[in-house]
Ligand binder design. Structure first.
Ligand code: SF4
Length: 174
C-alpha cells in the first residue's frame, strides 16, 4: 500500500507535497498512533512525526513503556496540507480509506488519536474536554484520544497532562 500512497493523486494535496507519508512501524503493532497530517519536516523526509513534535512523542512513548519501533505511527491524511492548514473534509474522507486499510491489516489492540482531527475521525467529536486518556469502544476498535504533541509544544502545561495520559496507557495496554 505504501507505493500506492507514494504516487496517489486522489486529492488536491498531491499537488503541493514533496513526499507522501504513509506511516511507519511494524505491521503487527499492538498500538497505532494517528495524527492529523504531515508537517514540513515530515513532508521533506517522507516519515511521520520527525520534527519537534515527534521528539516529544518519542519522549511520551517511554512513559508508556513503548519504543518508537514497537508502534505504528500514521496520519489521517498522508500528504501535507499547504502551509500546515487544517485538512479539509473531502481530503480527510478520501485519504482515510488508506487508514482504514492500515487498521484492517495491523489490527492494533488500541488506536491512540493525536489531537482533535484524528479524534473527531473516530469519535465524531474533536474537542478533547475530559476525553483525553480515556478508552472508547468504536465499532470493535479501542480508541484512546490524546493531545497532539505539537499542542504541548505551544502550551507547556499540557506536557504534564500528556505524561499522565501516557502513563495510564501503559495500564491499558499491558
Ligand atoms: S492526501 Fe491521501 S488521498 Fe490525498 S493525494 Fe495524498 S495520499 Fe492521496
Amino acid at each position: 500500500m505504501n507505493s500506492e500512497i507514494m504516487k496517489c493523486k486522489r486529492c488536491r494535496l498531491h499537488e503541493t507535497r514533496t513526499n507522501a507519508v504513509p506511516g511507519e512501524g511494524p505491521m503487527d503493532a499492538r498500538v497505532m498512533f494517528v495524527g492529523e497530517g504531515p508537517g514540513k519536516k515530515e513532508d521533506e523526509k517522507g516519515r511521520p512525526f520527525v520534527g519537534r513534535a515527534g521528539e516529544l512523542l518519542n519522549e511520551m512513548l517511554l512513559h508508556a513503556d513503548l519504543s518508537r519501533e514497537q508502534v505504528f505511527i500514521t496520519n489521517i491524511v498522508k500528504c501535507r496540507p499547504p502551509g500546515n492548514r487544517d485538512p479539509r473534509e473531502d481530503e480527510k474522507k478520501t485519504c482515510s480509506e488508506y487508514l482504514s486499510r492500515q487498521i484492517e491489516i495491523i489490527k492494533p489492540r488500541a488506536i491512540c488519536t493525536l489531537g482533535n482531527h484524528a479524534t473527531s475521525h473516530f469519535l465524531g467529536v474533536g474537542e478533547m474536554g475530559k476525553r483525553h486518556g480515556r478508552t472508547f469502544q468504536v465499532e470493535q476498535m479501542t480508541v484512546i484520544p490524546l493531545y497532539h504533541p505539537a499542542a504541548a509544544l505551544y502550551n507547556p502545561n499540557l506536557k504534564g497532562v500528556m505524561k499522565e495520559d501516557f502513563l495510564s496507557l501503559r495500564k491499558i495496554l499491558y
